[in-house]
Design a protein around this ligand. Structure first.
Ligand SMILES: [Zn+2]
Length: 235
């Protein structure tokens, strides 16, 4: 039977419950998610308090499961890639003379002599992403810095493995080019977050108030970015 438990953190945990002839509660993470084997006579509230105690362990295991379900990118013709939250198709054509990269809505056309070389394809696509990212991020940065009433900071792209953005005292903002895969409201959030650091170089309540002044729904954006993170790092 399928159940949902709301944890003290507010997160919802879905699980399958199977009552068995047994004395202890068993937790198992399967491809379908969390499965709980419980003794026939244990009450639902007792069971749920036991599950809540194991919440951290469960969350970690479920996150690992999701991570494994995201297949690695194949740098080949027909692969689906993300741009501003939308999928598009990679179309690679063998061409001895041309090395053109052209984006038409829904398709990124690549022409190259070594079209079967996945490393070469990856390099070309990433190069294209970086070029688009610089234009896209610069426009958003100009918009939100005006809204916050700060001078336009200098923009750099970053290739960090763990951070989406950073800001320093020289008023330089670095944004991960991989963010271009995310939906626009997520990119806007990261930009507002970094811009707010121009006023508050910390994560104090004062800082979050500055973020909220230009991006009120920052809490849900922060959560969404965490969920997206693994997928955005496939590239
Ligand atoms: Zn920060």
């Amino acid at each position: 039977m399928s159940h949902t438990l709301t944890l003290p953190s507010g997160d919802q945990l879905h699980y399958q419950l199977e009552r068995r002839q047994r004395r202890t509660v068993g937790l198992k993470i399967t491809a379908a998610g969390l499965v709980i084997h419980a003794p026939k006579r244990i009450t639902q509230s007792h069971l749920e308090s036991l599950i809540a105690l194991k919440a951290d362990w469960i969350r970690k295991k479920l996150a690992a499961l999701t991570a494994n379900q995201i297949p690695a990118l194949q740098w080949q013709d027909g692969e689906q890639l993300l741009l501003l939250g939308n999928m598009f198709t990679l179309a690679i054509k063998h061409d001895l003379r041309s090395r053109a990269v052209e984006y038409a809505p829904g398709i990124l056309h690549l022409a190259m002599p070594n079209h079967n070389d996945q490393t070469a394809v990856a390099r070309k696509v990433v190069q294209w992403y970086k070029k688009q990212a610089l234009v896209d991020f610069a426009r958003r940065l100009a918009l939100f810095s005006t809204r916050l009433g700060v001078a336009l900071p200098t923009l750099f792209l970053s290739n960090a493995q763990t951070r989406w953005g950073s800001c320093n005292s020289k008023k330089e903002i670095r944004l991960n080019w991989r963010l271009l895969q995310a939906p626009p409201h997520i990119i806007n959030y990261v930009i507002c977050h970094e811009l707010a650091h121009l006023k508050e170089m910390n994560h104090s309540a004062k800082f979050w108030a500055v973020v909220a002044s230009i991006y009120p729904d920052y809490k849900s954006a922060e959560k969404e970015l965490k969920t997206l993170s693994l997928q955005l790092h496939r590239m």
